[in-house]
Design a protein around this ligand. Structure first.
Ligand code: C2E
Ligand code: CA
Ligand code: CA
Length: 686
């Protein structure tokens, strides 16, 4: 163990400046004590040994001692300032320190050598005591440089041992022997103290190294941790950026999937989804949800101005809805001039129809304000079908169905306005739906037929006429009036094949009648607007071989609301075939004189409603109606004649034909010929 320490001490002594520095730290720490002790001891000795014969030698010795002490004091001051410097060769400083110590040792030895021989016994005791004390004390300072300490102890103890031994007395020899023992003991202490110091310095250094490596490791770990953190932060930032991007893409996709391209409002899918959520929230919060289906009336007229203008109108309407509706409402549009709005309301009032009528009136007012477009300001009329959750509709499907049904009801009337769904409407709608299905089957099975109602002329010379009237006897619904099923056929487009069949069938039947007897066929506006009417008429005439002059078509006055130029062109083409045109239900529509003048028609049929109650006012009105029609060059038919009084009055006005139950109810096709044959020859138009 001791060898190990010594070996490593040597190793350190050879290479480790820091060990030298450590030694200097310990040695300089003791130096103040050494200097004080030296001053006191040298002064005491000089004083004790003072006499005239020794005056010069003593003071020289004392002075030399103090001079060396002063130099050592200077070195101490320098050390205190410079001990932390790194540019100092500490081995050299140690050498200087040791040299100064050895110089002090030499001075102490010189005192012994100079004054021992002439000293008294007690003085010799004092010298021995002082030298032993200094030698013992040196261990605490010089043990760190063992050979210097050994030389120092030898310088102090050696002369004493020598001088006592040379004295030759047995007592002196004992003291000399004790001096040798003292030398051996002190050098032993010095060695062990030096080794202890080295081993503790080494332990401290090992500890220091260990700490340094621990700190280095800690620093490395901190660095690695910082780097890791930085990497994690970078990755988190990258991840965040990716997530943001993903979120943006998702939002874009969501927008594409759930929004209308033109208006940016919700589309069908988005609205459906939103409405589901709204209804379920309303269920939890006991709210009422109102849904409005809004349609622009006659949007096709706006579309005629070009797609730019119609888009401007739709965008402006979407914008107004966005601004007007409360924040959480759902607003949708998916092509066409239709909007859907759903709002949740907590008010008790919201479960009542008047509330929604008032609300819708506000929306309607907002939408019907003039819209600035490239074609100038445009005003649109809107119609709104409304339903509400939970008392009318209980789910999405019913909300859609009922609001559309209420709107449909208005559209059928051809007017704008607001209608809250009512369950009676639903019943009639359902009936209509079933009727539509049955009508399909009836057309496929050719189970429809025609009845004919005579139009009797006022004078014998005119040809008789028979109006063809559709009849449908259904197994389930019984006899269905054309007033009910013709509009259904119009809605579903069935009217086109049906109308074609009526034309063919009526013309074919008419060929069996006496010559010149005309057949009148009711024609729907849809047939006219389809553009195929002249062709259909021609093919019916060709197929039956009926003379065109024996066919007349009847169109209702309500068609004037449509595109008049186009209608006029079609009717002109019909007349060019040699076929007559009559305006049915004359007086009920809004036709102005200007319209009537333009219309390529030969005949007007005064509506039954003007004839039913023939009070004075009605008589005046009929008089002016007939006068006007005649003034425009029309032939005049009065329909719905049920009484002789009606017949006589109208004959008095000079109408050309009379039609009504008084003359005959509509008769089955098979009986029509028999009826005509019963007429006097000149009434049949032959
Ligand atoms: P409309 O053209 O005004 O036909 C006359 C309607 O008045 C017929 O009813 C006829 O039965 C009824 N009527 C005739 N005289 C009298 C009378 O003195 N008193 C009363 N109360 N009614 C009388 P109908 O057959 O029910 O036809 C109703 C409507 O159905 C027709 O009105 C016509 O607009 C339409 N319609 C009938 N057949 C056809 C058709 O083949 N094609 C098209 N597009 N519509 C048709
Ligand atoms: Ca008619
Ligand atoms: Ca009529």
């Amino acid at each position: 163990m001791t060898n190990d320490i010594r070996a490593s001490a040597q190793q350190l002594a050879g290479q480790d400046e820091s060990l030298v520095h450590q030694k200097l730290v310990a040695m300089f720490r003791q130096l103040p004590n050494v200097l004080i002790f030296t001053f006191v001891a040298t002064s005491a000795l000089a004083f004790y040994f003072y006499d005239h014969s020794r005056e010069l030698g003593l003071w020289t010795w004392w002075g030399a001692m103090q001079l060396v002490s002063l130099l050592r004091l200077a070195s101490l001051i320098w050390w205190r300032k410079s001990h932390a410097r790194t540019d100092v060769n500490w081995s050299r400083v140690l050498h200087v320190f040791c040299a100064s110590a050895l110089l002090v040792g030499v001075l102490w030895a010189s005192f012994t050598l100079a004054y021992f021989s002439s000293a008294s016994a007690s003085q010799r005791m004092v010298i021995s005591l002082v030298m032993s004390t200094v030698a013992a004390g040196s261990v605490s300072v010089l043990a760190l440089v063992p050979w210097v300490n050994r030389v120092f102890i030898a310088l102090l103890v050696g002369p004493l041992v020598l001088l006592f031994a040379m004295a030759g007395k047995s007592d002196d020899l004992v003291v000399a022997g004790l001096g040798v023992v003292l030398f051996i003991g002190l050098t032993g202490f010095s060695r062990v103290t030096g080794e202890n110091f080295v081993s503790s310095v080494m332990a401290a250094q090992r500890q220091h190294k260990k700490m340094a490596s621990v700190f280095a490791q800690r620093d490395e770990l901190i660095k690695a941790k910082d780097e890791l953190e930085a990497r994690v932060m970078r990755q988190i930032a990258a991840l965040q950026a990716e997530m943001d991007l993903k979120e943006r893409y998702a939002q874009e996709l969501d927008k594409i999937a759930n929004c209308d391209q033109l208006t940016g409002l919700l589309n069908r899918a988005g609205f459906d989804e939103g409405l589901k959520r709204m209804l379920s929230a309303a269920r939890d919060r006991q709210q009422v949800v109102g849904m409005m289906a809004i349609e622009v009336l006659h949007f096709d007229v706006v579309e005629l101005q070009g797609s730019l203008v119609s888009d401007q109108v739709l965008l402006a309407m979407a914008d107004r809805l966005k601004h007007f509706m409360p924040q959480l409402s759902l607003i949708a549009s998916w092509g066409g001039a239709e909007f859907f709005v759903a709002i949740a309301q907590g008010d008790i009032e919201a479960s009542e129809t008047p509330f929604w009528n008032r609300y819708a009136a506000l929306v309607q007012d907002v939408l019907q304000q003039p819209i600035d477009t490239d074609a100038g300001p445009i005003c649109v009329d809107v119609l709104m079908g409304i339903t509400r959750y939970p008392d009318l509709a209980i789910n999405n499907e019913l909300m859609f169905y009922q609001s559309a049904a209420a709107k449909h009801n208005l559209r059928k009337l051809g007017v704008g306005g607001i209608k809250v769904f009512d369950p009676h409407l639903d019943a009639s709608l359902k009936d209509r739906h079933q009727l539509r299905q049955a009508l399909h089957k009836a057309i496929e099975a050719s189970s429809l037929s025609l009845a004919f109602q005579p139009l009797v002329p006022n004078i014998k010379s005119k040809p008789g006429k028979m109006e063809a009237l559709l009849r449908w006897q259904d197994a389930e619904f019984g006899q269905v009036s054309p007033a009910v099923f013709v509009p259904i056929a119009e809605e579903s487009g069935l009217i086109l094949p049906l109308g074609r069949w009526v034309l063919h069938s009526a013309c074919a039947t008419a060929t069996t009648w006496p010559n010149k007897t005309m057949v009148c066929v009711n024609v729907s506006i849809h047939q006219i607007l389809s553009g195929h009417l002249p062709d259909d008429i021609q093919s019916a005439l060709e197929d039956s071989g009926l003379d065109p002059s024996r066919l007349e078509i009847e169109i209702t006055e309500s068609i004037f609301a449509q595109d008049l130029d186009f209608i006029c062109a079609v009717l002109k083409a019909v007349r060019e075939l040699g076929v007559g045109v009559a305006i049915d239900d004359f007086g009920t529509g809004y036709s102005s004189l200007a319209y009537l003048r333009r219309l390529p028609a030969d005949t007007v049929k005064i509506d039954r409603s003007f004839i039913q109650e023939l009070d004075r006012d009605a008589q005046k009105f009929l008089f002016s109606l007939v006068t006007m029609a005649r003034g425009l060059g029309f032939h005049i038919v009065a329909e719905g004649i049920e009484t002789e009084q009606q017949r006589d009055f109208l004959l008095g006005l000079g109408v050309d034909y009379l039609q009504g139950f008084l003359m005959s109810k509509p008769i089955a096709a098979d009986d029509a010929l028999a009826w005509l044959n019963k007429l006097p020859t000149d009434r049949r138009g032959s």
